[in-house]
Design a protein around this ligand. Structure first.
Ligand SMILES: N=c1c2ncn([C@@H]3O[C@H](COP(=O)(O)OP(=O)(O)OP(=O)(O)O)[C@@H](O)[C@H]3O)c2ncn1[C@@H]1O[C@H](COP(=O)(O)O)[C@@H](O)[C@H]1O
Length: 110
């Protein structure tokens, strides 16, 4: 069996987002919109953190999967392709994380 990739999940999300199947959670998120999905993503991030700090590896794996799924739904709703995120990550491989951080425009909030 070939390896399942985030790109495969992106394709599933794109097709389910416009589905009229009432059992589709992706379609429910799409109907509720990007702000709602962003809030769910935040909740999944917190649950992932809690799993990493105080739960077992199986729980962390499950929460990380929820997190990645919700991120893909949000990217879809914001019309940002996964390929754009991967291109940005690829660009960053040319430098270390701290060099990349120093090259970012200054953030007034930090
Ligand atoms: N990978 C996922 C996936 N990961 C997590 N989830 C759903 O994310 C939700 C997260 O659970 P929560 O308890 O936080 O949310 P909730 O309480 O159900 O929702 P709220 O009432 O709080 O809004 C659960 O309903 C999970 O089933 C996912 N739903 C769908 N997928 C993929 O998307 C495909 C299409 O799914 P549907 O769109 O549902 O057909 C599936 O075949 C999967 O491949």
């Amino acid at each position: 069996m070939s390896e399942f990739t985030l790109r495969d999940l992106e394709t599933i999300v794109a097709s389910r987002a416009t589905s009229e199947d009432v059992s589709s959670y992706t379609a429910t998120l799409a109907r509720k919109g990007a702000s709602h999905t962003a809030k769910k993503l935040g909740e999944e991030a917190v649950e992932t953190i809690i799993a990493a700090v105080s739960e077992d590896d199986a729980r962390l794996t499950s929460e990380a999967a929820d997190l990645l799924y919700h991120l893909l739904v949000l990217l879809h709703l914001k019309h940002v392709p996964l390929s754009a995120v991967m291109a940005e990550l690829a660009r960053r491989t040319a430098q270390t994380g701290l060099e990349e951080k120093a090259s970012r425009p200054s953030d007034p909030g930090s």
